[in-house]
Design a protein around this ligand. Structure first.
Ligand code: MF3
Ligand code: CO
Length: 260
């Protein structure tokens, strides 16, 4: 069941997404060698609570962190831990914030210090594929058009697309219908309509597309332990226009010329 939002609801989505974007900006200052992922999680939690939001991941299906932290081969749903970031790592920070009953959801994969150029290229391509997906998200088009745009862009560059995890609708709940896969055929799937709020989130691997879920029941990593990148925005379709509700501007402010 796809819930179409009213313009008033989309306004609340905008506010939730603005706070989500600011949280990601706050966290980015802590992405550096020597910092534990637990520290980044507590920075996020405190900032969310100080600004009247709720860290929506915390306790979701028993998830133990305020945010998901994805180091190197971790694709999604990594736990904050005592792991200390090292030069050459990459780390995805995936944050969902509920504000006044509506959710914003976004992710950015950061380099930690100097990163292997092959891995930087994976990150660039993954981020660019998110914008290819966004460009395909038009009122009257179909979800498969978004999926195909992401898939073809990444596969043509020699990367692989994780299939078991996908984007999603969003609103009062973090995960709503429809599913937004990162692979598929054009002209298939639900028609994109005014009032839809969607999360597009390519999860792209350097090696094979295969994943495994660790024994903790959550941590999803690449089977071959090669790196994976993940970027995500929340969008709304309103009056025939697609609006990106989250922004990487705050991340860019912090990273300066290290912004990918
Ligand atoms: N932020 C993730 C997504 O993009 C979901 C987080 S799962 C949770 O869908 F359990 F951590 F909340
Ligand atoms: Co999401």
């Amino acid at each position: 069941m796809i819930y179409l939002k009213t313009p008033e609801e989309i306004n609340l989505m905008r506010k939730a997404c603005e706070l989500t974007s600011r949280v990601l900006g706050e966290m980015s200052a802590w992405v550096k060698p020597g910092v534990t992922t637990h520290k980044i999680d507590s920075v996020a939690k405190e900032f969310i609570l100080d600004n009247g939001g709720r860290p929506a991941c915390l306790g979701y299906g028993g998830f133990p962190g305020a945010v998901c932290i994805e180091v190197n081969e971790v694709v999604v749903h990594g736990f904050p831990s005592s792991y200390t970031l090292r030069e050459g790592d990459i780390v995805g920070l995936d944050v969902v914030v509920e504000l006044d009953g509506y959710n914003g959801d976004m992710c950015y994969t950061f380099p930690v210090g100097d990163v292997d150029e092959k891995v930087v290229e994976l990150m660039r391509t993954t981020k660019e594929s998110l914008y290819k997906g966004i460009a395909a998200c038009k009122e009257g088009a179909r979800i498969g058009d978004i999926a195909n745009a992401v898939q073809t862009f990444c596969e043509h560059r020699g990367y692989t697309v994780v299939r078991e995890m996908c984007g999603h609708g969003i609103g009062r709940k973090m995960h709503e219908d429809p599913e937004v896969p990162n692979y598929g055929r054009r002209g298939t799937g639900p028609v994109i309509k005014n009032g839809m709020c969607l999360c597009i989130e390519p999860m792209i691997n350097l090696g094979s597309r295969n994943i495994v879920i660790e024994k903790d029941g959550w941590t999803c990593r690449t089977k071959d332990r090669k790196p994976s990148a993940h970027y995500e925005h929340t969008l709304a379709v309103l009056n025939g226009q697609t609006e990106v509700l989250t922004t990487f501007d705050y991340v860019k402010e912090v990273l300066g010329d290290r912004f990918i």
